[in-house]
Structures are given as C-alpha cells and as structure tokens.
Design a protein around this ligand. Structure first.
Ligand SMILES: C[S@@+](CC[C@H](N)C(=O)[O-])C[C@H]1O[C@@H](n2cnc3c(N)ncnc32)[C@H](O)[C@@H]1O
Length: 212
C-alpha cells in the first residue's frame, strides 16, 4: 500500500505562492496541454486545480485525483467554478479509484515527477483509459546536458524532494511513457523563459501519447 501523501507546507506554498503567481507562459502551456481534449478525463494529482479553467467544452467530465488533503480542498473549490463538470477524489497514482477503460483521456501535469513509482502510475493511467484513449502530459524532465543532469541527480539525492512535496528532477519521463506502452503522437520539448536557468525543473516536455 502507498504511503499517505501529506505535505502541508508544500501544499500551502504551491497554492498561495506558485499557483497564484503563475506566469502567463505556464498558463499558455496548460491551454496547449488541454487543447482538443474531449469526453471523460482523469486528471492525476490535480493540485489546487490550476488546469480546471483550461478544459474545453468538449470535455464531459473531469475526475481529478488528489491525495493531499489541503490541495484536494482547494481543487474542490476550484472545481465548483470550472467550465466543465469536475469531481475531485482522494486517491493515489498507484491505485486509481476508477474502473478499467472508463476514461477517454488522462492528464498528467507536473505530477510524474512526484509519484513514488512512475511505471506503476503510468500502468494505472493506461488501465483506466479506453483503448485508443490519450494521455496528455506536461512534465519537467531529465536535462540533456551532463552538467545540469548531474545537478538534478544531486538535488534529488539531497533536499529537493523534501522541500517540494516529493518532486524529483532527473526523471526520464517521456521514455517512461513509451516504456509503459503508450505511442507518442505529438511531442515538444520546452525551455520556459519564465524559469530562471539555474532551476533544475527544465527542460520540460509537452505532448500526447496514445494507448494502443
Ligand atoms: C507540483 S504539484 C502539480 C499539481 C497540478 N497537477 C498542477 O499542474 O498544478 C504535484 C501534485 O502531485 C500530487 N501527488 C503527490 N503524490 C501523489 C501520488 N502518489 N499520487 C497522485 N498525486 C500525487 C501532489 O499532491 C500535487 O498535487
């Protein structure tokens, strides 16, 4: 069984500092992430619900899973004002509280860095997607330059996961998505200009991968 997710300080910092002051560039990335998504959507680790305003009307329902109590409360409040119906559930990536093949799309946004077992989380997302369903991802990933990749490994071994709610910076997330059996259909590497270059949460990757 997975450990409970309890990051009260990070949850408040995320909600009141990071999300409230989110740069326009990140809001535009959320818009791109969700552009054209439709049907019933599972959003993994929805945080305080920053993606909710960006869901298009083609979405019939968002089932958002958020294990951290404070963030879940924020997400429930945000869901009440969302442009599409949103239900926020308690749950973890390792064991999603949804039926097999019950969703048309899955959204993983800045969360595959944090789940304790990426392969298991991706297997769960695959399980709840219908055949042909799509995984939309926006994630920061392992750097391509040896110097930054070394720095990422160092921060991951030391203070970073404890300071940022379990986040790891050195994960090869796109390779993990493919290893989980998804077929990459659209992919773009990003280096957000609003992020200071010394921060290890770049590069980022945005795209759509399909469950065969
Ligand atoms: C950096 S925040 C991103 C929140 C949101 N997706 C966004 O784009 O603003 C990471 C999120 O992952 C959630 N999380 C942590 N462990 C998790 C787990 N085991 N299963 C699902 N979500 C988890 C955290 O509670 C938090 O909401």
């Amino acid at each position: 069984m997975s450990a409970p997710v309890h990051h009260p300080l990070f949850a408040r910092f995320y909600t009141h500092v990071l999300e409230r002051n989110e740069p326009a560039e990140l809001r535009a990335m959320r818009e791109e992430l969700l552009d054209g998504v439709s049907g019933r959507v599972i959003e993994l680790g929805a945080g305080s619900g920053a993606n909710f305003p960006h869901y298009p009307p083609s979405v019939t329902e968002v089932v958002a899973v958020e294990p951290e109590a404070y963030l879940r409360e924020q997400a429930q409040a945000a869901g009440a004002h969302a442009p599409v119906p949103v239900t926020v559930l308690d749950g973890v990536a390792d064991a999603l509280p949804l039926e097999d093949a019950s969703c048309d799309a899955a959204v993983a946004c800045l969360v595959l860095c944090t789940v304790p077992d990426q392969a298991r989380a991706l297997a769960e997302l695959r399980r709840v997607l219908k055949p042909g369903g799509e995984l939309r991802y926006l994630e920061h990933v392992r750097a391509g330059t040896p110097r930054m990749a070394r720095a990422q490994r160092f921060v991951d071994r030391t203070f970073w996961p404890r300071a940022f709610g379990g986040c790891h910076t050195a994960r090869a997330t796109v390779a993990a998505i493919e290893a989980a059996g998804f077929a990459l259909e659209r992919h773009r590497d990003l280096r957000p200009e609003s992020l200071p270059s010394f921060l290890p949460v770049a590069p980022q990757a945005i795209g759509l991968a399909r469950r065969p």
